[in-house]
Design a protein around this ligand. Structure first.
Ligand SMILES: Nc1ccn([C@@H]2O[C@H](COP(=O)(O)O)[C@@H](O)[C@H]2O)c(=O)n1
Length: 603
């Protein structure tokens, strides 16, 4: 645990359903190696995970069962430890490789920029040699220039204790936003490949694992399931997914299920299978002689109260030397990056999706009404009487702002990306004012986004397209007041009481979370929000033209929307605002100017 992390809090827990074959699954870590330093529920760090996995491995060795660790990508971008280091990712690879991961794959964030994909090639792939799989991902070898698989396409192996013979594939969804040094092959094309069909002819298998950076309810996994099932009629198939940042579990058929394990080191997904055949040479008799296959899942809140409980350890016996060294290395990296540097004090909480939009506690309402108008309003063009519409995608904002200190750490949690703001000058207002609607409503742009597997909302919100039940209904707004610090210390004889946190509903019911929590509200937000800048309250007439400004990440969709309303602009018609200053820096400057750093407002 990091020295500044809040202490773990006692809570009612559900046990881990330990079985013949067990898994720990992480996904979408996005650089949160240090855990959450403002939330007790998720305050354990990567070093604690190293200790936890060691205890569970020992347990498996002691009772003759097996444990496998899986990570399904998006390890980078989203936390100061990755994004504020120079070069970006300087500490990430060294920290990640301290965990012994059995199956690992790439996410889309490893591929947005060419040098991040090269980071995989030069670091993560060799660090996890033999365990990194890339079933549908190629890279132009940075040394030879030749296109080649980033890592092996598949792997067959036998588990250490039970002798379970496993065939594993590591996929990424049909991502189209990658830099041009990688090639993602669509899943529908990959399943037609000879190597894939050939690998499925193997009759000496006890289990197939499909893991990857893929929403477990996506068309890609649907297709993989039907394809594999048609040649392996009876073999159990275990899927692990990611990308949508949520906890979820899907049942495909009586012998096939899928687990997705959240985001940002909040969740350690636990999965177990009983009743598998064991065709390999096994060192131990099967743990249980169940003839029927049985799957179980648990989503572990990543904090020391949970981790100690599930490993049957206490404060003294839980930390291993290895784990403590990893925690120290994370702490040293954080210190060297100066992440405690304070830019201001947030006067209140601002939420991504715990409040509806618009709302005075919505982070998007703050950006729309204060941050963007006040920052862009200072520009010469606006001061000289110009007007602008400024559009940004909600998915660019990655996390909530908590009342109190806004530090260098906070800056990158909220907005880790390097994108600046660009604009098209003097766009006819009639056209410019239709763009937001086109980006947000069902229609041609939305169809294009879907076809490109691109999205502009936060991933958790986008996940609702397959799971509408995750949204709160608007009339629940204040029915369960959220109190961040509701976790009162317990008296020694008191039973732990539930406090707000994850309350997951999945295909197996509502008992998946290891910690019994009270529900937190979750609201929809649009693809994009828009600020109007330079308009006066008493403006009577519409302007003829405005500057149409936008987060550069969404340029292709802005230009497409303009084309749809009859105005063809190309990227040559666009200019960068403030010499390409990133949105992240624009936000930080605003915070420095408007939110006092005085100690007493930071309590
Ligand atoms: N440079 C970037 C990269 C991504 N986004 C937005 O992030 C969302 C996707 O996040 P995942 O972690 O699920 O890959 C999506 O809304 C993108 O629009 C961005 O704004 N800038």
């Amino acid at each position: 645990i990091q020295p500044e992390a809040p202490s773990p809090i006692a809570a009612p827990l559900r046990e881990l359903p330990w079985a013949q074959l067990n898994f720990l699954h992480t996904t979408d870590i996005h650089g949160w190696w240090g855990g959450h330093l403002q939330e007790a529920s998720f305050s354990a760090d990567w070093g604690d995970y190293v200790s936890f996995a060691k205890h569970l491995r020992d347990k498996a060795d002691a009772d003759g069962s097996d444990l496998l660790l899986i990570d399904t990508g998006d390890r980078v971008e989203g936390n100061a430890i990755y994004d504020s280091s120079k070069p970006r990712g300087k500490f990430t690879y060294e920290i990640a490789k301290e965990q012994s991961i059995d199956l690992i794959s790439s996410g889309n964030h490893e591929l947005y920029k060419a040098n991040t994909a090269e980071g995989e090639f030069f670091h993560t792939v060799p660090d996890f040699k033999g365990n990194y799989l890339a079933s549908n991902l190629d890279i132009y070898n940075p040394v030879s220039g030749k296109l080649e698989p980033l890592a092996p396409r598949f792997k067959k192996f036998t588990t250490k204790n039970q002798g379970i013979r496993i065939l594993a594939f590591g996929f990424i969804f049909d991502f189209t936003g990658n830099a041009n040094n990688t090639v993602v092959q669509r899943v529908e094309d990959t399943v037609k490949e000879e190597w894939f069909k050939e690998s499925l002819k193997d009759k000496d298998l006890d289990l197939i694992i499909v893991f990857g950076h893929v929403d477990i309810r996506s068309n890609e996994y649907k297709l993989l399931f039907s394809n594999i099932r048609s040649s392996q009629r009876d073999t159990p198939i275990q899927f692990f997914g990611g990308h949508s940042h949520i906890r979820d579990y899907k049942i495909f058929d009586s012998k096939s299920v899928a687990l997705e394990s959240g985001r940002y080191m909040e969740t350690l997904g636990f999965m177990s299978i009983d009743g598998l055949s064991t065709g390999g040479t096994k060192k131990h008799a099967p743990v249980s002689q169940k003839s029927k296959i049985a799957f179980s899942r648990r989503y572990i809140d990543n904090n020391l109260y949970s981790l100690r409980h599930h490993s049957n350890k206490d404060e003294k016996t839980f930390p291993t030397d290895h784990g403590e060294n990893v925690s120290k290395a994370i702490g040293d990296a954080r210190k060297s990056l100066g992440l405690g540097e304070r830019y201001g004090c947030a006067p209140q909480d601002y939420w991504v999706s715990r409040r509806p939009y618009p709302h005075r506690e919505s982070i998007f309402t703050w950006i729309e009404n204060q941050l963007l108008p006040q920052s862009i309003g200072k520009s010469k063009r606006i001061k000289n009487g110009g007007k602008a519409l400024v559009i940004t995608n909600t998915g660019a904002i990655r996390f909530d702002i908590f009342k109190g200190a806004f530090t260098k750490d906070t800056k990158f949690l909220i907005s880790p990306f390097t994108s600046g703001i660009r604009y098209v000058k003097d766009v006819p207002y009639k056209a410019a004012s239709q763009v937001l609607k086109l980006l947000n409503n069902e229609g041609p742009i939305m169809l294009e986004l879907m076809e490109n597997n691109a999205f502009l909302q936060p991933p958790e919100v986008f996940a609702a397209r397959y799971r509408p039940h995750i949204f709160s209904s608007p009339d629940r707004i204040y029915s369960t007041p959220f109190e961040k610090h509701a976790q009162a210390p317990m008296a020694a004889d008191e039973e732990p009481k539930p406090f707000p946190g994850y309350t997951t509903q999945d295909d197996a019911g509502e008992d998946g979370d290891d910690t019994v929590h009270e529900r937190i509200e979750f609201y929809n937000v649009p693809n994009c929000i828009q600020s109007t800048v330079g308009f006066q309250q008493n403006d009577f007439y519409e302007p003829d033209t405005v500057d149409l400004m936008y987060n550069e990440f969404i340029q292709q969709w802005i230009l497409l929307a303009l084309e749809y309303v009859g105005h063809n602009y190309t990227s040559d018609d666009t200019e960068s605002f403030a010499h390409g200053k990133s949105f992240t820096d624009i936000m930080t400057d605003w915070v420095e100017e408007h939110w006092s750093t005085k100690e007493e407002t930071c309590l």
